[in-house]
Design a protein around this ligand. Structure first.
Ligand code: ATP
Length: 259
């Protein structure tokens, strides 16, 4: 991936500004800094390699050179996004899932922020924001996608098995083209973020639906139940052994199937 290729795939899209880096600490860090310096809506950062790629809670996201898609898109929040902040993680997850579906793959969203192929993690999403006092200034939609095999971390360094698009598809795809597909879908879904159609599409891609799952939270006992669907605010709904709804909110949670 280089600037010429990116330009070929992205130039017809209504992005405000694009910054490309051969290597960077973290695309989200750069995007947060750029947002606080006034980056306009739909500014995009892409890197070939991240040396300090981050997951949630400062966990490491592995992004070796020339093999992954690492991107962060800055949104200046609309009223819809202000009203549905948690749905923005779904916006990026669903946009990637639909792009993978178009390639003939069967993606699933491991709520809240991962995308799976054959039950292995192919991408992680990290949504962060900047605030002025209590006013939401910018939302950064960050994502790392394992495109080539070389982007998959060694098995002893992950808490959930990982895979790449190359492994699952049996061929290599152009990272810039995948990025274009994802951005097109983000732009299409964005005005519809508040609709039931968005929620249903997001829900339709959930991994482990109808299966027994366990959700570990930072504190307290794990919640166990059948994965039922999503609430309006993007929270996860399980059904416990008494067929009672149990709602799990966005946050420091880890979803796992019950073996
Ligand atoms: P979990 O997957 O355990 O539910 P999580 O979704 O909260 O956790 P994140 O914080 O989003 O995980 O992502 C960081 C974790 O993802 C790392 O701790 C590591 O286990 C794993 N990881 C890091 N880099 C990659 C990668 N390129 N592909 C797949 N998994 C990765």
């Amino acid at each position: 991936m280089n600037e010429t290729q990116l330009d070929r795939y992205l130039s017809s899209l209504p992005l405000s500004s694009i910054r490309y880096y051969d290597t960077i600490g973290s695309t989200n860090d750069e995007a947060l800094a750029w947002a606080s310096q006034g980056a306009p809506d739909l500014s995009l950062i892409i890197a070939d390699e991240q040396t300090k790629g981050r997951g949630r809670m400062e966990r490491t996201w592995f992004t070796p050179p020339s093999s992954a898609l690492a991107m962060s898109l800055i949104l200046r929040p609309t009223n819809i996004e202000r009203a549905h902040p948690a749905r923005t993680t779904g916006l990026l997850a669903l946009s990637l899932a639909e792009s993978l579906l178009k390639l003939g793959l069967v993606p699933q969203i491991k709520w809240p922020n991962d995308v799976l192929l054959t039950n292995r993690k192919v991408a992680g999403i990290l949504v962060e924001s900047t605030w002025t006092g209590s006013e939401l200034d910018a939302i950064v939609l960050g994502m790392g996608v394992n495109v080539l095999n070389a982007s998959v971390p060694p098995a002893d360094q992950v808490s959930f098995l990982a895979t790449s698009i190359e492994t699952e598809l049996g061929r290599i795809i152009e990272r810039a083209q995948l990025l274009r597909d994802i951005v097109i879908r983000v732009l299409d879904w964005r005005p519809n973020l508040g609709t039931d159609s968005f929620l249903e599409s997001w829900e339709g891609c959930l991994a482990f639906r109808g299966q027994q799952v366990q959700v570990e939270r930072g504190c307290g006992n794990p919640v166990i139940g059948e994965l039922d669907g999503l609430e309006q605010d993007g929270s996860l709904r399980l059904r416990d052994e008494h067929n009672k709804s149990v709602i799990v909110q966005f946050g420091e949670v880890h979803l796992r199937p019950v073996a």
